[in-house]
Design a protein around this ligand. Structure first.
Ligand code: HPA
Length: 249
């Protein structure tokens, strides 16, 4: 039997309708503490999936409060070998318009102070400097891109994902700097999640949806109004994307 596919839902996907759960989900307690919330194990399309809400039930955990290590460890312990991470992001560069589906290919990490590695306890043994040249798993990225193409979404497939600390949004000057650094989209939760997945030996890729123009690029719309207006359709599109991609990976 094939391994379950891990799905980490964020602001753009609080729940995954269509997962049929045979048992009541429980919150895994790992060597790194409790995960964000219940791990929902079940069938989605014709595949087994493990769905985890990154921000926990009721969306209560701010990005810097999330126990990324526990979430990744819980998915690995549940037998997942591949993880699809869903993210709501701000759009920085041209073309990153609200509603656009983005499958980023690179990361610049601006987050700080988060427990960002499994290699911090000599008692657990082993130290590896993982290769992170390409932070996302190519095959999983291609599957996401193929599914998005099939659905006619016109996904952005060359995009650098800048990850800020939050929970506040960025200043206009910070976004200008991020653009100079080469970032196309901005979110708050892409790291250390991606690196921890690599350390845990999981194939990890991200499907993001742009829910607002980043600070200083709002085109006159207040960011929160724009996010609200975009999020509902974004969730529908992300669910359609998952329905299309899960049977193929
Ligand atoms: N900045 C950071 N994170 C985000 C944004 C943003 O504009 N929109 C959604 N997540």
């Amino acid at each position: 039997m094939s391994a379950p596919i891990g799905i980490i839902g964020g602001t753009a996907l609080a729940q995954l309708a269509g997962v049929h759960t045979p048992t009541d989900p429980t919150t895994p307690n790992t060597d790194y503490g409790p995960a964000s919330g219940p791990l929902v194990l079940g069938e989605f399309t014709d595949r087994k999936v493990c769905f985890m809400m990154r921000h926990g039930p009721g969306h209560r955990l701010a990005p810097h409060m999330i126990n990324y290590r526990a979430n990744i460890r819980a998915l690995a312990d549940a037998g997942c070998r591949q993880v699809i991470a869903i993210a709501a992001v701000g759009g920085i560069t041209e073309g990153m318009t609200s509603g656009r589906i983005v499958v980023p290919h690179q990361i610049v990490d601006y987050s700080w102070g988060r427990a960002h590695t499994f290699y911090d306890d000599p008692a657990r043994g082993g130290l590896d400097h993982i290769d992170f040249t390409d932070p996302y798993a190519p095959t999983l990225r291609q599957a996401l891109i193929g599914a998005a193409d099939k659905l006619g979404f016109d996904p952005a497939v060359q995009a650098v994902h800048g990850v800020t600390q939050g929970p506040r949004l960025e200043t206009a000057a910070e976004i200008d700097r991020m653009e100079r650094d080469g970032c196309d989209i901005v979110g708050m939760t892409g790291m250390p999640e991606a690196a921890l997945a690599r350390e845990a030996g999981l194939d990890y890729a991200c499907a993001a949806v742009v829910v607002n123009k980043a600070a200083g690029r709002t085109g006159g719309l207040a960011i929160h109004t724009e996010i609200e207006a975009t999020l509902a359709q974004g969730m529908i599109d992300i669910e359609a994307l998952l329905e299309a991609v899960v049977p193929d990976v």
